[in-house]
Design a protein around this ligand. Structure first.
Ligand code: S3P
Length: 172
């Protein structure tokens, strides 16, 4: 069964959009971060703190493979960094996958993330100026990987429903 994979930078709206899409098409949604938290019995913050990012990326890769190998059909919401490590970007091109990059501008990401950073270890301790610079640089570095997705949908200035409609057109 084909998996629908949503990817994009932290704060682009992957989980919110996936939940609405899931209701719309009746296919369950699995958030990769939540799956990892259940599997390891640790929060993402605790995983980073206790074991470091390299360990997190290993667990993340294994969890992504597990979900792709499962026989059920579902929507998978990746973590912002998932496509950028362990050759995960190659998995976005598979025949068993429809991968969609939710593309947001630096401005949109900054506005969404500045209000919502405590659960995100990569940005939790940055002030506004540091965060803006970090997002700009990081997004630039990661764009190559995000652009390996089969399709892209721009999310700037759109409601969740509008974005979901764009995704439904891709899936039709
Ligand atoms: C990360 C994004 C997070 C989470 C972890 C690392 C990243 O997921 O996987 O904190 O490297 O961009 P969200 O994009 O769901 O916040």
């Amino acid at each position: 069964m084909k998996k629908i994979v949503l990817l994009g930078y932290m704060g682009c709206g992957k989980s919110t959009i996936a939940k609405t899409l899931s209701k719309n098409i009746g296919i369950p949604f699995v958030d990769l971060d939540e799956y990892i938290e259940k599997k390891t019995n640790l929060s993402i913050n605790a995983l980073f703190e206790k074991h470091g990012e390299i360990y997190f990326r290993k667990v993340e890769h294994e969890a992504f493979l597990e979900l792709l190998d499962s026989p059920e059909k579902f929507i998978i919401g990746l973590g912002g960094g998932t496509p950028c490590y362990a050759n995960n970007h190659e998995l976005l091109k598979g025949d068993n996958v429809v991968s969609i990059y939710l593309k947001a501008s630096i401005e949109t990401l900054f506005n969404r993330l500045s209000a919502n950073k405590s659960k995100r270890p990569l940005i939790a301790d940055k002030n506004d100026a540091e965060m803006k610079e970090f997002i700009a640089m990081h997004l630039f570095e990661r764009s190559f990987y995000y652009n390996q997705a089969q399709c892209a949908v721009v999310v700037d200035d759109k409601t969740i429903d509008q974005t979901v409609l764009d995704i439904l057109k891709i899936l039709a």
